[in-house]
Design a protein around this ligand. Structure first.
Ligand SMILES: [Zn+2]
Length: 249
């Protein structure tokens, strides 16, 4: 497939080809990239600031007063899916934590501090765990060929795959298998979320944010709600009873 000629007229635009070579199919994704240098990024910033100020001269004054985002978004670091873009949300609306393959890691102090701050200080009303199809982290875990630190990072997904190998192996295509593993991964991360200390605490106190497990399909751009939220996934569901017993004494 022939790429269009590079255009250097303003705004600078060219196409970046990213190819995913699969066993049974080849998917080519073309991304329109507006900025291909640091100078262009800064220029883009200045243009955006000018546009915002024209629309609302107090926009940045209001932004500087603080944040009360209703959403915490836990997503993949993949450059193709800033959820703010896909949901048309503005700066100040989403508190964000991203890592490879949107892991809710119970020993990750970075993630745990983001979660605690979002719940205890920002009082977010919703937590969105959002995975995506065509995820490199899922693919790496599925194939088991990654090396280095990333291999350790995606190992829980590899374990998940092995746990569900019988179900996944029955799917007709490699992409269907990867998609299913991406869904199972979101489900597992939502489950992990309910096992964090801060979530168990706010569930006990009956003011926990709503949890949502989403999958973003990069092929269509649409978000799929997996409806996997359930408080039954608390690690110690009996803690409610235990707490009551302690109170009664
Ligand atoms: Zn990803």
């Amino acid at each position: 497939m022939r790429l269009p000629d590079l255009k250097f007229s303003e705004p600078k635009t060219y196409f970046h080809e990213e190819a995913y070579l699969c066993k049974h199919q080849k998917i080519l994704i073309f991304q329109t990239m507006k900025h291909h240098s640091i100078a262009e990024l800064l220029k883009g910033n200045q243009a955006w600031v000018a546009h915002q100020q024209q629309a609302d001269p107090t926009y940045f004054q209001k932004l500087a007063t603080g944040q009360t985002p209703p959403y915490l978004y836990i997503g993949c670091s993949d450059s193709r899916l800033p959820l703010t873009k896909f949901t048309q949300t503005e700066p100040g609306e989403m508190f964000v934590h991203r890592n490879i393959a949107n892991q809710v890691c119970l020993t990750d102090i970075n993630f745990l501090s983001v979660l605690e701050y979002a719940i205890a200080h920002l009082h977010v009303q919703h937590i969105i765990v959002c995975g995506h199809y065509y995820c490199g982290g899922i693919q790496a875990a599925f194939e088991g060929t990654t090396t280095g630190v990333v291999d350790s990072w995606v190992n829980p997904i590899r374990e998940l795959y092995l746990q569900h190998e019988e179900e996944i192996s029955q799917l007709p295509t490699r992409q269907a298998k990867l998609n299913r593993l991406a869904e199972l991964n979101v489900e597992a991360q939502v489950k992990n979320l309910y096992q964090t200390s801060i979530m168990r605490q706010v569930l006990r106190e009956d003011h926990a944010p709503e949890v949502h497990g989403w999958l973003l399909d990069l092929h269509s751009g649409l978000i799929k709600d997996l409806n996997v939220s359930t408080e039954a996934w608390q690690l110690y569901p009996s803690c409610l009873t235990a707490n009551l017993l302690l109170t009664e004494r």
